[in-house]
Design a protein around this ligand. Structure first.
Ligand code: NAD
Ligand code: TYD
Length: 335
């Protein structure tokens, strides 16, 4: 493993992973391939843009010729796919781009992996298991996605399984729980609530706020991807999370407390359609690879809040233009 293509590397988790790889593996060459959608942002990679082992290619994962060109030009041997449409609420408003990128785009990348003999890793999600009423999801559980986003990611996982069996592509999958940390687009609940709270704006909490998520720190997720990329068994999927869930209402209160803002900023708004009330992961398979989460929820949240307080330059300009149009569409009738 020497020359790694990181598709979707200009997004939240991808950019954290690029920074992590360049620090940990000085011999690796890291090439980011990204379409730069509304969620892709070169500010996320500003601190590595002059790194001698780093290069950026703008391109769409649905464009097979452009993908192959990037792989050939940079002598790529490994591909880690973060590229996706990722926001559940947007997938409810319009799923078109989700099917294109998350399903068709994954197919294009698998074809390229087959043709060039690449090691392939897919960054997947716990949302493929659907609402987990009791217990915790294991990797062998059925995929029962309930949002268009989750269905597009589950489709990708199924395609990968088929390419491993039929075409012997050397692929692995990680299924991560909700990530929090630096550079997350402020549509997702944590950066949305934190940046709204900083500006004394309401925190729109869906329904009763008793939905549960396993909020993990993004660098723990990066370490898990690293572990699976280097030590995972081909053809296998691995759950990634802390293994502990938090209620959204408790998350909202914790954010307000860290920022010294009043609880009156919490505004209960009508629920998301088809809202999965709980995700929960059994992470013992990944523990067996020697990985452990290093940030419990409270520490992860505190680090995250501090970063948004210190980096208003990064998020303030994102909360304009297309973002405001989306925000109006998503929240105006709710509030
Ligand atoms: P993000 O929305 O912040 O970034 C996605 C990136 O993909 C952006 O840089 C965007 O420009 C790029 N992209 C989108 N469509 C593309 C296309 N057609 N071609 C090339 N690039 C394209 O996403 P994120 O939160 O960093 O998530 C990264 C991956 O991790 C996704 O696959 C997501 O499903 C998965 N995941 C996310 C979470 C989470 O909590 N954010 C949890 C588990 C898994
Ligand atoms: P989100 O960050 O969109 O991640 P996902 O839906 O992929 O888990 O949402 C996390 C949780 O927060 C989810 O239960 C929905 C809830 N939520 C709100 O209550 N209000 C909001 O404005 C948003 C965006 C999410």
């Amino acid at each position: 493993m020497q020359n790694i293509l990181i598709t979707g590397g200009a997004g939240f988790i991808g950019s954290n992973f690029v920074r992590y790889l360049l620090q940990k593996y000085p011999a690796y060459s890291v090439v980011v391939y990204d379409k730069l959608t509304y969620a892709g942002n070169l500010d996320n990679l500003r601190d590595v843009e002059r790194h001698p082992q780093y290069a950026f290619v703008r391109g769409d994962i649905c464009d097979a010729a452009a993908v192959e060109r990037a792989i050939a030009e940079h002598k790529i041997d490994t591909l880690v796919n973060f590229a996706a449409e990722t926001h559940v609420d947007r997938s409810i408003l319009d799923a078109d781009a989700f099917i294109r990128t998350d399903v068709y785009g994954t197919y294009v990348l698998l074809e390229a992996a087959k043709k060039f003999g690449l090691r392939y890793h897919q960054v997947g999600t716990d949302e493929v298991y659907g609402w987990v009423e009791q217990g915790s999801s294991r990797e062998t559980d059925p995929l029962v996605p309930r949002s268009p986003y989750a269905a597009s990611k589950a489709s990708a996982d199924l395609l990968i399984g088929a390419y491993v069996v039929t075409h012997h592509v050397g692929a692995t999958i990680t299924r991560g729980a909700n990530n929090i940390g630096p550079y997350q687009f402020p549509e997702k609940v944590v950066p949305l609530f934190v940046t709204n709270a900083i500006d004394d704006l309401p925190l729109p909490l869906y329904g009763d706020g008793k939905q549960q998520r396993d909020y993990q720190f993004v660098l723990d997720h990066c370490e898990a991807i690293d572990a699976v990329l280097h030590r995972g068994v081909i053809g296998e999927a691995y759950n990634v999370g802390t293994g502990h869930e938090t209620y959204n209402i408790d998350l909202a209160h914790a954010i307000l407390k860290l920022l010294n803002k009043p609880a009156s900023l919490i505004q209960h708004v009508p629920d998301r359609a088809g809202h999965d009330r709980r995700y929960s992961l059994d992470v013992s398979k990944l523990h067996a690879l020697g990985w452990q989460s290093r940030h419990a929820f409270a520490a992860a949240l505190e680090k995250t809040v501090q970063w948004y307080v210190a980096n208003a330059w990064w998020w303030r300009k994102l909360k304009s233009g297309e973002y405001l149009a989306y925000y109006k569409k998503q929240y105006e009738e709710r509030t």
